[in-house]
Ligand binder design. Structure first.
Ligand code: SF4
Ligand code: SF4
Length: 219
């Protein structure tokens, strides 16, 4: 989800790379689950999140839709996000002890928080969101905080996915034909979310194959 705000408004004004230290470590979030509630449609899932969830919980993506996940339109693209449920508007994965019930499989946005990504010139860096997490935080290396293996390939995937979505947004927003817009969104959902991922095969290789197929179909 793109936000049209200046970095100064929402961050400490600095940009970080994976080897930088940042004051993001909320030390286990003891007694707090604030960022698992009231997040609206903002925790958008990318294909790697869906790979982790579907292979980790052994459920097809369609089974999550309407229970823990919902589909919404973001900048013209139909994308899944974590669903907030109940009177507390909480993530459906938050357990009775108010801890994340899928910690090892949690989505990339949850891993990042309170960091965000700032894209520029075909790449991205991280920023520290201010006013989002009020816990006493200590410094941690960005790469450690993200808690994602093979960071080189993950960065490559995150970048490619971002710019692929940008291209889809341009296609959708530059075309007034509702059928075209529907079809391209269906193709996006089917290719990257509903088509099952093979847990025996490396995610990044599967993503690259799907991205090439999608590019061919949308040229
Ligand atoms: S708001 Fe901060 S301390 Fe609370 S759950 Fe989120 S990251 Fe942890
Ligand atoms: S997946 Fe886990 S960390 Fe992310 S919002 Fe839900 S309960 Fe919180």
């Amino acid at each position: 989800m793109k936000r049209n705000v200046s970095l100064e408004e929402i961050s400490d004004g600095r940009l970080y790379g994976e080897s930088d230290m940042v004051k993001a470590d909320c030390r286990g979030c003891v007694g707090c689950s604030d960022c698992c509630r009231g997040m609206g449609q903002s925790i958008i899932l990318d294909p790697y999140d869906v790979y982790r969830l579907t292979t980790g919980l052994k459920r097809p993506f369609a089974d999550f839709v309407d229970k823990e996940v919902e589909l919404n339109v973001v900048d013209g693209c139909v994308l899944p996000n974590l669903k907030m449920t109940g009177s507390q508007e909480q993530c459906a994965f938050l357990d009775e002890e108010e801890r994340c019930g899928i910690h090892a499989l949690r989505p990339g946005i949850c891993r990042l928080f309170p960091l965000g990504r700032f894209y520029e010139n075909g790449t991205f860096r991280y920023f520290l969101q201010t006013g989002q997490c009020n816990a006493a935080r200590s410094k941690v290396k960005v790469g450690k905080w993200i808690d994602t293996p093979d960071q080189r390939r993950n960065r490559e995937f995150v970048t490619n996915w971002h710019y692929l979505l940008n291209r889809v947004e341009e296609l959708v927003q530059g075309n007034t034909d509702d059928i075209f817009r529907r079809d391209i969104n269906m193709m996006l959902l089917q290719t990257f979310y509903f088509a099952p991922y093979d847990e025996e095969e490396d995610f990044y290789t599967q993503f690259a194959g799907r991205a090439a197929q999608f590019a061919q179909r949308t040229e």
